[in-house]
Design a protein around this ligand. Structure first.
Ligand code: 5GP
Length: 183
């Protein structure tokens, strides 16, 4: 079904060449089809893992390798495009199957960023840091979080991630975001 699309990328990479940013031994790096910022990539392990809820202690090194790869990619992109701010992480409640780590710039200037859910999923603690994932795996052997709590986070009022100002609606937020763009 629609939420298995990322799984197809690792199963049939030759059919998705236009989306592939980089192919590594253990990972595929793809362009997000609905980018929520100017640059938005997904690091996907080639090993089939349905979601972060299927990770266990044995995957700690895999997550660490995803972080290392993200650093390499970010360095490469900074060389190419100059100083950019990036954030790297996982959605607490993913919508797409197959584990994937977001590597995204902090501008959030994109026509695909359309609603409050999109906004809050990248600008609140719904966006889980890799270090949080690793800590949970070390402490509990799996991801143990209160999903209900994370669902409510998505309904929070819109707030600018840079200056914390509350925004009336998406158009207001979007025009406000452009004021944070230097150069
Ligand atoms: P999450 O499951 O972590 O919430 O996010 C899934 C991400 O996958 C979203 O950012 C969405 O835009 C992206 N996405 C959805 N369908 C496709 C697809 O078919 N191909 C690619 N490359 N990205 C997709």
């Amino acid at each position: 079904s629609w939420n298995d699309a990322l799984l197809l990328y690792i199963k049939h990479p030759e059919q998705y060449k236009e989306y592939i940013f980089r192919s590594e031994d253990k990972f595929l790096v793809v362009h997000d089809k609905f980018p929520k910022s100017k640059i938005h990539l997904l690091i996907i392990p080639k090993e089939e893992i349905k979601s972060i809820y299927y990770l266990n202690k044995s995957h700690i090194s895999l997550v660490n390798e995803m972080v290392d790869l993200s650093k390499e990619i970010i360095n490469e992109l900074k060389k190419k495009y100059g100083e950019l701010d990036f954030q790297v992480g996982f959605h607490a409640i993913p919508s797409m199957n197959q584990v994937h780590m977001h590597v995204i710039t902090g501008d959030f200037i994109s026509p695909s960023l359309k609603n409050k859910k999109h906004w809050n999923s990248f600008t609140t603690e719904f966006f889980l840091k890799p270090s949080f994932i690793i800590k949970q795996l070390e402490n509990y052997g799996s991801i143990k979080i209160d999903k209900q709590h994370y669902e409510t986070i998505l309904k929070r009022p819109l707030k600018c991630h840079k200056c914390n100002q509350e925004m009336k609606n998406m158009p207001t937020l979007k025009s406000h975001l452009s004021t944070h763009i230097s150069n």
